[in-house]
Design a binder for this molecule. Structure first.
Ligand code: FRU
Length: 608
């Protein structure tokens, strides 16, 4: 038995050696690493292609790779190199080193060796150079009309601005895996907020740290001296300490140069990040707001480089169930333009109404120095009551005085486990903010941005009927069930209305409106794949602000549902992972309810 097994082993080893030989002959060189230590490998190669493809296994520990030549480290990154199996590849761009002999100095960090010896890792068989990297979509859950990165992990939207007809959206991005690491600013551009083109990343980690969240402004009057119309980016350098840095672009945001005098703001608390900058007309200066622990700090500046601390806001106000992050401060008006207030957006994690991450906000006044909240300190207002609306911030310089906001559609409770691999996380549809009143309080509504109305796809259904206990069923367009559903209704008193998305596998999402309590809820317990986190299966609920539910717009994409009640006065965003698309939509009501219209629109948005 033993000898037989030995022979088989030997034969297998010979086969591998032969295969490697053939691979070499075919030009697919896989140089052998040297192992100077138990968790240390050194791999020398001549950089002759654009990329090194790195094999990733998501459930292994992290390795640090440093690219060295001429005895100097040129780049350092963290990647989960495959120990047992290859989940996917990520491209390491080495085009800048072409023709050089480079050394990859690879160190396994943490407990990576519990899977066996470093030498036995399968990655050594698979690391290779390549002229290209295939980004064709291979994810059934990838949305059709929401923004996603081509590959890799994404969290917060960053530095969004509008200029010269283009919306620029940067985002927290890991190009070396679909879990959080190596924060860069990825970059996408759109002319209509719906169709996005992915472009090369603009900011990569440096000796001050990785690149955390922040904002951009269009410096029309050249206050910083980088040029009139320069785009100036503010971000957190997340190194040993969190400090604030700037970079500027003179090609409308496609490439940035980091400012030589970074960092420009140094703090005194560990959580000190996410600078958001805007021009304050009344002050005739710039303001900057950033998160510092559980409060927001406000600064002012004439030149975007020298900042003066003005005040802090937050102690005793709103929800403090978690860290305050990603602030925004802006003026928002009522739809008729008659009322205007300052709104301080404060993303918080955890502490959200449905658990985990969420976006709260405060309304009030701001004189360029101090923000004064106009609600009682114990009042908490939420921009969205779903579980997947976080790090929401607005575009700088949006046209027509609009305040356009985009949120990351995930939750830190499970973002790194959702069932996609090529990429992780999408952004919400863009929303236009407006002010409204309810019961003596001022609230901020977020309506789907006007582009979703203007460029809507074709109507596939129009019906008016009376809903009752017997379900009314409509088929969703195409096979992918991806659409907008709009309902105008007149609910009976003390009734319960149910709107359900169903597929042939018995998976469903139920949206319920209870007119006796004016509560709107969404239930994703049976929505499809939910088992990747105990926190995922849930029912999210919200008060319907602005009176009875009269109108509901539902944006259904491959893996998300966003519902906007009464023009965006109550909003709920939840992601879902059905094993096949939802195909039908049913409406039931405990009492006869007039559905004035049910309209369904195809997901294909026109180009402007
Ligand atoms: C929010 C956040 C920010 C930080 C970034 C890091 O999701 O924690 O505060 O800048 O993510 O990726």
């Amino acid at each position: 038995m033993k000898t037989k097994a030995m022979t088989r082993k030997k034969l297998f080893a010979m086969f591998i050696a032969l295969a490697q030989c053939f691979a070499c002959l075919a030009g697919d060189v896989k140089p052998a690493p040297a192992f100077p230590g138990k968790s240390h490998a050194m791999l020398r190669l001549e950089a002759n292609e654009r990329f090194i493809l790195l094999p990733v296994e998501e459930k292994t520990g992290i390795c640090n790779i440093s690219i060295i030549y001429d005895n100097k480290s040129r780049q350092s990154l963290n990647v989960r190199l495959a120990a047992n199996k290859v989940d996917y590849y990520v491209p390491l761009d080495i085009s800048g080193h072409k023709g050089r002999e480079i050394l990859l100095d690879i160190n396994a960090l943490g407990d990576v060796l519990k899977n066996g010896s470093f030498k036995d890792y399968v990655c050594w068989q698979h690391i290779r150079q390549s002229a290209d990297f295939d980004t064709a979509n291979r994810e059934p859950h990838r949305p059709l009309y929401h923004h996603t990165p081509a590959y890799g992990w994404m969290n917060d939207p960053n530095g969004m601005f509008y200029n010269n007809g283009e919306y620029h959206l940067y985002y927290q991005w890991n190009p070396y895996g679909s879990q959080w690491e190596n924060m860069h600013w990825g970059h996408s551009v759109s002319r209509d907020l719906i169709h996005w083109e992915n472009r090369p990343a603009v900011l990569a980690p440096d000796d001050l740290g990785t690149i955390f969240s922040g904002s951009c402004v269009v410096d029309k009057n050249n206050t910083a001296g980088f040029g009139a119309g320069a785009i100036v980016a503010f971000y957190t350098s997340a190194g040993k300490k969190q400090t604030q840095s700037i970079a500027y672009s003179t090609d409308n945001g496609n490439t940035f140069t980091k400012y030589h005098g970074n960092p420009v703001i140094i703090g005194d608390v560990p959580d000190f990040r996410d600078p958001n900058v805007f021009w304050n007309e009344e002050l005739g200066k710039w303001n900057l707001i950033l998160a510092a622990g559980q409060e927001m700090r406000i600064y002012s500046s004439a030149d975007l480089k020298n900042w003066t601390y003005e005040s802090s806001f937050g102690k005793g106000f709103g929800n403090h169930g978690g860290v305050w992050e990603c602030p925004d401060l802006m003026k928002v008006s009522s739809p008729d333009g008659k009322t205007e207030k300052w709104v301080l957006v404060c993303n918080i994690n955890p502490g959200g109404p449905a658990g985990g991450s969420a976006t709260q906000y405060f309304t009030g006044s701001f004189d360029g120095r101090t923000f004064t909240c106009d609600s009682k300190p114990e009042t908490t207002k939420w921009l969205d009551y779903g579980k997947d609306h976080y790090a929401a911030v607005s575009f700088d310089n949006a046209p027509d005085g609009r305040q356009v906001l985009v949120a990351w559609m995930s939750n830190w409770q499970y973002a790194d486990r959702v069932p996609t691999q090529q990429y992780r996380s999408a952004n919400s549809i863009a929303r236009d903010l407006f002010l409204f009143n309810d019961g003596g309080e001022t609230y901020v509504g977020s309506a789907p941005s006007q582009e979703y109305l203007k460029l809507r796809g074709k109507k596939t259904l129009h019906k008016s009927f009376s809903a009752g206990r017997k379900a009314f069923t409509a088929q969703l367009p195409d096979d992918d069930g991806t659409c907008e559903i709009k309902i105008s209704l007149d609910p009976a008193e003390n009734s319960k209305l149910q709107f359900t998305l169903n597929n042939d596998k018995g998976e469903k999402v139920t949206v319920e409106y209870d007119s006796s309590t004016d509560t709107l809820s969404m239930n994703r317990h049976e929505s499809g794949t939910t088992g990747f986190s105990n926190e995922f299966a849930c029912r999210t609920a919200a008060p319907v602000l602005g009176g009875t539910l009269k109108e509901l717009r539902m944006f259904v994409d491959k893996s998300s549902i966003e519902i906007f009640a009464n023009g965006g006065r109550t909003v709920m965003t939840n992601i879902v992972f059905p094993s096949e698309p939802y195909k039908s939509f049913t409406i039931e009501s405990s009492k006869k309810t007039k559905v004035k219209s049910l309209d369904i629109y195809d997901k294909t948005y026109k180009r402007p």
